[in-house]
Design a protein around this ligand. Structure first.
Ligand SMILES: Cc1cc2nc3c(=O)[nH]c(=O)nc-3n(C[C@H](O)[C@H](O)[C@H](O)COP(=O)(O)OP(=O)(O)OC[C@H]3O[C@@H](n4cnc5c(N)ncnc54)[C@H](O)[C@@H]3O)c2cc1C
Length: 303
């Protein structure tokens, strides 16, 4: 790593906000992944300079939120990882709108909505992502999706320039948006909700949380649904019907509780998980003719 780049980066972020050789297993819900060359969590106002520095020194950078939809390779990530989840939280409620920093957890944002008797985020309360990650992924559950409640986002482009984009500019689709493809970093989002009854909102969040606990293997590290829902099918059902419930590769396993989840059952490596995902997809295609597409994003270098 270029020492001058490192020194300039430290000057921008502050030394305490930069780590070298940081294991990504500490920053992903799968609890796997090798080290990132550099991991930074700058304050919002320093993000443009971090991007500009990376560009000037031609160092690749990758943005992560809460790491709940990521599989990072065992050999880690070359370049700079910008971690959004530890940035100083920002949240502001005004009427039926919530303006929130992209690093804030979706669950905290949903709790704030409930506290202010605002309805619309009930579906999102149990999704363990950051606001930025949820917008990028158009996260959704129980019939709701981020695209239904987002009004606008503030982004930084690849030159570190800030822009406001309205929901209709974000090219939302099933578990995707145009944000990642355009290499933009989300710094802030505005959700537009509606007035509701505080206790009814909280009650709904509790019910959905109970349902997750009942149906999902929350006791093991995972990245949620491993595959996207193929049109007309459920990935978990296809995997179960292919006889793969509990199927293991090394420490990775198809959850016995919910076949749509690959879990880190016992000291899995990223390679175990990737191999398991490939074998599952192959077997399902053989058995049903349906091709499963990963929902989990794979990044970094694999063995
Ligand atoms: C137990 C469990 C349950 C889950 N349930 C659901 C569910 O019900 N519904 C659902 O949709 N998902 C679910 N997920 C998956 C995951 O929580 C969502 O995809 C979430 O939106 C990812 O957010 P994140 O902050 O963790 O993003 P990360 O995993 O850190 O990143 C995901 C993508 O977003 C990009 N990104 C993150 N932050 C930013 C930013 N600020 N600017 C630009 N790009 C950014 C990353 O580069 C990456 O491409 C679940 C996961 C787990 C572990």
């Amino acid at each position: 790593m270029n020492q001058q780049f490192l020194d300039e980066l430290k000057a921008v972020t502050g030394e305490e906000r930069l780590k070298e050789r940081e294991p990504m297993s500490r920053h992903t819900t799968f609890r796997v992944g090798g080290a990132a060359d550099i991991f930074v969590c700058p304050e919002y106002e320093n993000l443009p300079d971090v991007i500009r520095l990376c560009r000037r020194y031609e160092e690749p950078y990758y943005i992560i939120g809460n790491g709940s939809n990521l599989l990072v390779g065992d050999k880690g990530i070359r370049g700079v990882v910008i971690g959004m989840a530890r940035i100083t939280p920002r949240i502001e409620v005004s009427g039926t709108r919530i303006r929130v920093g992209a690093g804030m957890l979706l669950s905290t944002t949903a709790a704030c909505a409930a506290e202010n008797s605002l309805s619309g985020m009930e579906f999102a309360a149990g999704i363990p992502g950051s606001v930025g990650g949820a917008v990028v992924m158009n996260a959704g559950a129980y019939g709701g999706e981020i695209k239904d409640i987002i009004e606008e986002v503030t982004v930084l482009d690849r030159e570190g320039r800030s822009a406001r984009l309205m929901a209709q500019d974000l090219d939302f689709g099933y578990r995707r948006s145009g944000i990642a493809e355009q290499g933009m970093l989300v710094t802030e989002a505005v959700f537009r909700l509606s007035h509701g009854e505080k206790e009814a909102i909280r009650g709904m969040m509790r019910r959905l949380a109970q349902e997750r606990t009942l149906k999902q293997p929350l006791e093991y590290p995972s990245a949620g649904s491993t595959f996207k829902r193929p049109p007309g099918f459920f990935a978990g059902k296809l995997i179960m019907d292919a006889g793969l419930r509990g199927y293991r590769v090394g420490g990775a396993q198809v959850s016995e509780k919910h076949c749509g989840f690959v879990i880190n059952r016992e000291d899995a490596t990223a390679d175990d998980i990737r191999r398991l995902m490939r074998e599952v997809a192959q077997k399902v295609e053989e058995m049903s003719g349906v091709r499963l597409e990963p929902e989990v994003k794979m990044i970094g270098e694999f063995s």
